[in-house]
Design a protein around this ligand. Structure first.
Ligand SMILES: [Zn+2]
Length: 196
């Protein structure tokens, strides 16, 4: 998995363009170690709300979902591990009538620019390390401690008071009504998306 583009919006949202190297292997049912490892590392992921086609809990959904959708939740989780947030939302979309197969657009909200960028890169490293069965190269506790330092730096740069800690970790993805997640084939011109 590669994050090939990161776009910051001034609405406190980023958009990532994510490419899956094997366009036939982009869901977690082909990569069951990924959700298992992530839920072990970050048990709070089980508290995430997730809007998906069948109304599954996020834990159930994660067993068979698009890997970039899991990345989206991981980026939200890492931000909340480092800094207290109210609600962060995300959404994963793809439209392979327009983009090359295997391309995803992942939208994630943030409050702290420095923190979200570090969370994106750490999430990318974690997913790829699990893929390589090489997770031991990442010291998760040390990385989360670094995220907290960066969160503080980001707050300092904006002249804001320091982030309140410790993070609550539960105020995660909320679901606006009326958004559809889609795994079914898209109709012409329609866009698939998965909302957190
Ligand atoms: Zn979700």
């Amino acid at each position: 998995m590669r994050i090939v583009e990161i776009l910051f919006y001034d609405t406190n949202k980023i958009k990532l363009v994510v490419e899956m190297p094997d366009a036939n292997r982009y869901t977690t049912d082909t990569f069951p170690e990924l959700p298992i490892s992530l839920f072990e590392l970050f048990p709070h992921l089980a508290e995430h709300r997730c809007h998906n086609e069948y109304g599954y809990s996020f834990r159930r959904e994660a067993r068979n979902t698009e890997i970039p959708h899991l990345l989206e939740h991981l980026i939200i989780e890492l931000q909340t591990q480092a800094q207290r947030h109210e609600v962060l939302k995300g959404e994963t979309q793809w439209n392979w009538r327009v983009d090359p197969r295997g391309t995803f657009h992942v939208h994630v909200e943030y409050e702290n620019e420095q923190l979200v960028l570090a969370a994106v890169r750490l999430a990318e490293r974690i997913v790829n390390a699990i893929d390589r069965q090489d997770l031991q190269v990442i010291d998760i506790d040390a990385e989360v401690a670094r995220l907290r330092e960066l969160a503080q730096l980001g707050a300092d740069l904006r002249g804001q008071p320091p982030p309140e800690g410790p993070p609550r970790g539960l105020e995660l993805a909320a679901v606006p009504a009326g958004i559809k997640g889609g795994r079914a084939p898209a109709r012409r011109g329609s866009r698939k998306r998965r909302q957190s």
